[in-house]
Design a protein around this ligand. Structure first.
Ligand SMILES: [Cu+2]
Length: 143
């Protein structure tokens, strides 16, 4: 291999490695109202990469984030009510969370990490309440 070809090859590897190393932070608002919806996360289904972080902003008071379904080995998480919440997703798979006070009002969300749906059956079996039952089915179908 000539030097210039080797150089191009090495740059290619560098770009590949660095693009995988950059993690992002996504922001989701916790809201009392969004259009016609009440008690809602501004994004309900989000697809992210490993080591990305989500910051849930306490835009309206009275909400939190409680992880109720996640891949094996992932850390449990439950945030304080009316506080910003953040979580770093280090394991691939589907994560399901709810707002503890509004869990029966459909205030739930899904995070899919690294497009991995291997724990889908487990997520389907997680107990959700009231309005969230129908919504969870709808969200899982959309994956
Ligand atoms: Cu809430």
């Amino acid at each position: 291999m000539s030097f210039s070809k080797l150089f191009v090859f090495m740059m290619g590897i560098l770009c590949f490695v660095s693009s995988n190393a950059i993690s992002e932070t996504f922001t989701i608002d916790m809201l009392n109202k969004l259009g016609k919806e009440r008690m809602v996360y501004s994004e309900k289904v989000i697809s992210i990469n490993i080591n990305d972080e989500i910051l849930w902003k306490s835009k309206d008071k009275g909400h939190n984030v409680e992880l109720i379904g996640m891949p094996e080995g992932a850390k449990k998480y439950k945030s304080k009510i009316s506080k910003d919440a953040s979580y770093k997703f280090t394991k691939p798979g589907i994560y399901l969370y709810q707002c503890t006070p509004h869990k029966a009002m459909g205030m739930i969300g899904l995070v899919i990490v690294a497009k991995d749906k291997s724990n889908l059956d487990k997520i389907k079996k997680v107990k959700v309440y009231g309005k969230s039952k129908k919504l969870l089915k709808k969200f899982l179908k959309s994956l």
